[in-house]
Write a protein that binds this ligand. Sequence first.
Ligand SMILES: [Ca+2]
Ligand SMILES: [Ca+2]
Ligand SMILES: [Ca+2]
Length: 424
Amino acid sequence: MRWAPVLFVPAPICNPIFGSRLYAAHVPHRPFADVKFAPHYPAKSPLDDVLRLATPGTDEFVFEGYAFEIAAVLAEWSRALRLQPPATAVLSKFVDRSLQSTSFNPIRESRVRTGSVIEVVRREFATELRPGAERFMDDMKTYLDPLKQVETADFEIYECSQVHDSPLTLETSIRYDFVGTRGDQVREERIGSWRMQWSGGSGVWRILKWIALEENVSRASGPIFIDITSSVFGQTASYNEQLLHGSDYWRTLIDGAVGMDVYGNNGVAVGDFDSDDLDDLYVCQPAGLPNRLYRNRGDGTFEDVTEKSGVGVLDFTASALFADFDNRGFQDLLVVCASGPLLFVNDGKGKFTLKKDAFRFATPPQGAFTHAAAADYDHDGRLDISLSRSIFRRPQRTSKLPLSQPRQRSIPRSNQGRRTEHRE
Ligand SMILES: [Ca+2]
Ligand SMILES: [Ca+2]
Ligand SMILES: [Ca+2]
């Protein structure tokens, strides 16, 4: 054990992609710094074969690697745009002198939505290609000039194909999303598509062609939504002590045996359970954390009524639904746990009672329940339910991955008045 301090001297970290020794210049030389501790595991990890292919382009999907490199170019421009638009100096590093481009000045604008709060315009562009990198850079400056501050500059490559072998030339379709503030303080979002041609490889790419395809522009004179969550729920203990912490936090505190995982989402349900004409909120939670019911006080705040209402379900809950399933005039609560649906009947006095055996399945359902929808599909005056499940199947082929993609199945259930019946 006396060698332990030496063994734990930090070794240089090698980036598997770039092969550089990060931090090497910052680690001071220490005695025995050359001594390395090389752990020997008893067996090869079953994940090794998968992890070896995790870096884009290292498997048969070569274009994934090219797209990854081009995305890095766009990400560099994005970072510069958010610092100081239009950041054409950064962009010019990747623009070939022979670049051909269409004009970013729209030939047609049509109003999609008008109003005092938000207006939306659809832009169309000319298809004529014009040569010249300098002309393109001037055009791009003019295009981005109204955005004095850029908050979002996202680029997503949704198509990538090879045009020529030598030199390697790719054509990409890219969805862009700019969000920023103009000089007159109007907020503007531009979402559209470009088709671009790139030449190069080995991490060095230059843009040969830039074609503007379409664009939607949304403008608002100020923020449309304001986050008021903390002022609405801030006075409740459950908000501060439970909801503000994420799954990572709770997984370190709650025994893993309760089954809290990081897969899937937990929804919310909105309904007026106490019939005061104010919508209340039911918040679904991962396994081990009780779902919460918040009553709308009508003064811009909610109170936590989980305990006295009796709907603090601890099972993993994907979603929930308020609806009057027994036609007594009060909103009941359908809680969709992964293990199955639970029906809580509203007594009209602020308390719910779990209706046992509300659901009977002809065969044991496979997979995890995820969603529910309600409608009176057979017009008998009683609400019926459609339940969705996520089913994991082992693939037939020799995939090394443990599980295939989930498949969705739905179970329509007919409301028979006293209980529901399975109709599949
Ligand atoms: Ca209410
Ligand atoms: Ca009811
Ligand atoms: Ca019905």
